[in-house]
Design a protein around this ligand. Sequence first.
Ligand SMILES: [Zn+2]
Length: 236
Amino acid sequence: MSEINIPYYLKSKLERLNLATTKLIRQHGYLEIYSQLKLAFPSINYQALYDLYCLAQQSLCYTLAPEKQAELRAEFKAMTPRHIWLKPDTIKHFLTAAEEQAQLALQDNEVPIGAVIVHQEQIIARGYNRTRRDNDIMAHAEIVAILAAQQHLQNYRLSECDLYITVEPCLMCSGAIINSRIKRVIFGACEPKTGAYISQHQVFNNKKTNHHTEVIGPIDQNHYSRLISTFFQNKS
Ligand SMILES: [Zn+2]
């Protein structure tokens, strides 16, 4: 049986998020993907949800009954309070702050990854990769920022905090993120070799280990992967 193609209007948007295959839609689920799209493209409507559902099922969308459409809308509404209210401007603002941290790593000749932690709309902690400088494989941007936030709040749980990172977190950092109960992770670009959200592992999808953290990203693959790919090109 030949695959049902992703409608063009949807494909161009999914490509921006690096999610433009039926396999990825199945892997993440139509609701999750629709949430991500809604965040990146607020004007998108329920037709996209119906299309994503049909792509996951490999059924033709024009045969979708009105009752099923209503069911899908109800399923999506039951997901609140999802990250829909996190405005694109807010994401851009804090990811830019994370990028500034990545630039500091670059100045130190470290792999340029940066992170900030936001609590009550304020940055309370910053971190950039410093593994070489510290001789410490744990000194990834996210871990540095998490440790600083825990000190700042005098609390090992960061359940009211959002973490913004320039690239998808690795397995080690994802463990720290889940254990510190960070509310949301927003990342700029996928990291194909080490990413633990989509690329190499899908640790945040495991409901047995993760009840707390939502992940939003990649926000803009081309933009946020540029710094890191330039760094490695210059090394080779
Ligand atoms: Zn890491």
